[in-house]
Design a protein around this ligand. Structure first.
Ligand SMILES: *[C@@H]1O[C@H](CO)[C@@H](O)[C@H](O)[C@H]1NC(C)=O
Ligand SMILES: *[C@@H]1O[C@H](CO)[C@@H](O)[C@H](O)[C@H]1NC(C)=O
Length: 329
């Protein structure tokens, strides 16, 4: 019996030694309390400056964090610039909405931290991005929350890794659920995180199928509000300049709020992947609850963001602290 237990213990131990799961990494609040005690104030102050210059900082930073975590985990791999020998994540064709203001926010905050001798090269770019994301949400009226920290920066960033890892605007509920489940996120988490579309914009080509060629004999998606569809057609004529940007929340585009869910109730979700949350009976009850109860939404959103921030975290030899967020050391 004792011998059996010993063998069991040894084999369990070897499982942990030889198959360390990156998702088991322990993040904690106040990780930098002794390393760089002022990290949160310094990041917030840089993010606030950037926010005052341009509102695009908000959706750009949020989008960057989401993309970072879904592709190779929250390890700032999305910030790496391509080199002659490596095409990095940020240069995948799906990057169109990764507006440069998100990258710039992280780079400015990193520079401010590096100006303090105690903090210089002690805070990871991945953690800076996680903090900056919390800050842009709060600055635009959303909930604030304590951010778990202690991520390292990843050592790999490949454009090819982006394939199939990000939700497409055409996704249905099953496709959304399975992609989020692959990252340890539930349908509730997915619906909460989708509400990030309460800020930000998109380009016409991402939803033109819904207003021009939905199905044979039925050009307009029937789940789209008729008035809204007409407005979208006016803003996105068939030969539209691909740079034209359309607000994803047409009612309160600069407020992080639960109007996103009220829009869905009126058929004003911009993407198929937004509107389906209301048109599919499995997710509609959650949309209805959060449309009337912003406190319940905020709570679910914080929980989902915290779980998102744990995806694929790098520790030990899987990562390091980058001296330049845009290049490997
Ligand atoms: C997106 O990728 C293209 C190349 O595919 C690149 O030219 C562009 O700078 C990238 N955009 C951003 C915001 O990084
Ligand atoms: C379409 O949107 C308008 C507001 O723009 C709203 O009054 C109307 O109820 C909506 N229609 C449907 C079917 O939800």
């Amino acid at each position: 019996m004792g011998r059996f237990n010993l063998i069991l213990t040894l084999s369990l131990l070897s499982l942990f030694l030889f198959f360390p799961s990156p998702t088991l990494a322990q993040l904690r609040q106040n990780f930098y309390a002794n390393i760089c005690p002022n990290v949160e104030n310094i990041v917030r102050s840089e993010v606030t400056k950037k926010f005052q210059q341009t509102f695009v900082t908000v959706p750009a930073t949020l989008r960057l964090f989401f993309h970072d975590c879904f592709v190779q985990g929250c390890d700032a791999s999305v910030i790496i610039a391509s080199t002659a020998s490596n095409k990095a994540e940020k240069d995948h064709p799906d990057n169109l909405s990764l507006a440069g203001d998100g990258f710039d926010t992280v780079i400015k905050a990193k520079a401010a931290l590096d100006a303090i001798p105690q903090c210089r090269n002690r805070v990871s770019c991945a953690d800076i991005l996680a903090l900056a994301t919390r800050d842009v949400i709060a600055l635009s009226g959303g909930p604030s929350y304590a951010v778990e920290l202690g991520r390292l920066d990843g050592l790999v960033s490949r454009a090819s890794d982006v394939n199939g890892r990000l939700p497409a605007p055409t996704f249905n509920l099953n496709q959304l659920n399975s992609l989020f489940a692959a990252n340890g996120l539930t349908q509730q988490d997915m619906i909460a995180l989708s509400a990030a579309h309460t800020v930000g914009f998109s380009h016409c080509e991402k939803f033109s199928n819904r207003i021009y060629n939905f199905a044979p004999g039925r050009p307009v998606d029937p789940t789209l509000n008729r008035t809204y569809a007409t407005q979208l057609q006016a803003m996105c004529p068939k030969n539209v300049d691909p740079r034209v940007a359309i607000n994803m929340d047409p009612i309160t585009p600069r407020a992080f709020d639960n109007v996103y869910f009220r829009n869905l109730q009126q058929g004003m979700g911009l993407f198929t992947s937004d509107q389906v949350l209301f048109s599919d009976g499995r997710s509609r009850p959650t949309v209805n609850t959060w449309a009337r109860d912003s406190q319940a939404f905020n709570k679910a959103f914080i929980q989902a963001m915290t779980k998102l921030g744990r995806v694929g975290v790098k520790t030990g030899r899987n990562g390091n602290i980058r001296r330049d967020c845009g290049a490997f050391n």
